[in-house]
Design a protein around this ligand. Sequence first.
Ligand code: 3PG
Length: 402
Amino acid sequence: YRTLDDVDPRGRRVLLRADLNVPMRDGRITDSARIERVAPTVRELADRGARVVVLSHFDRPKGRVVPGMSLAPLAEPLAAAVGHPVRFCATSVGDEAEAAVAALGDGEVLLLENTRFHPGEEDNDEELAQALAAHGDIYVNDAFSAAHRAHASTHGIARHLPSFAGRLMQAELDALTAALELPDRPVGAVIGGAKVSTKLELIGNVIRKVDTLFIGGAMANTFLAAEGVNVGKSLQEPDMHETARRIVAEAKSANCEIVLPVDAVVATEFRAGAPSHDCLIGEVPSDAMILDAGPRTIELISARLATLKTLVWNGPLGAFEIEPFDAATNAVAREVARLTQEGHLKSIAGGGDTVSALRHAGVESEMSYVSTAGGAFLEWLEGKTLPGIAVLQNIIKTTMPL
Ligand code: 3PG
């Protein structure tokens, strides 16, 4: 794929696909990471004299105009992050949008309304792709976190314009390549979360790529139960036992060692401050449930982390949202941060819950790389081709000097 190093954007209309789908509560942004991480691309384009037209989706309005899902409130925060004024146009295609784009001068930035207000966006409709493409001379995709969607503004549009990866897209792709495609070995992965069934493809792909796989969270219970361990009342998936055994066998033949918890923090109720105690796996009381990994598991994982050069992390090790069941996730996150900061480990983390868990542990900024993506990060770990990236690799012939 080509990057902003391969084009002179001066005086050109650059259609920049960002992902401004930030979490909001009561009209306030609760996490502005996606705005801050895309801002350098916008700033670079504006500083290099481009006429920047920013496209993004927001939430899931399902092809209708939903006023509460307008991108209007994001123009100001984007402007603040970029350090340039950002104009806003209340449509993304049609006369009004065309006039707003035509009025742009070199180095100016315009944000168009939510692309998902049009049903054609999610349908990857050709007419909408063309109408959006007509706003630009070149297309820059900086929305890795939306690259798993084959939509008009992430996919169809790239068939009509010379296309480039933005700086955030580049950083995400570099980090993911360093994590799973060409990692410094030994490479490990921490995969946690509640259900094996939702991460089946992911685990199937990861065991073929890493040397060590630490499985945590409630999905570890399914693996333990599949081995005949009594996990009491723990959350687990009995219908996945066969699959779990198959995964263990496949990992063995792929030379990937699966590390499961050796002890647990158990309680009879799932609530903050519920009375809890540690016990060895195999000694879980029948009326109790596993809510976190125990201290021996933390020690075991920490010792193994010290032997690794690369670590990919997706999913918490316990019910980290509720104290005291955040202990294992916090301790392992801090150990990963320490090894990373001391230069022993390259750590790449991603997926919604994972980022909250790292933030909760206070070490989000101490990883080598934290992805802005949720679903796209998971699909990448599953080994899928992301449509938004595939189209960037199809170089469109252009008569324009780049
Ligand atoms: C995300 O938040 O993961 C992306 O913005 C994609 O959003 P979507 O899941 O609504 O397609």
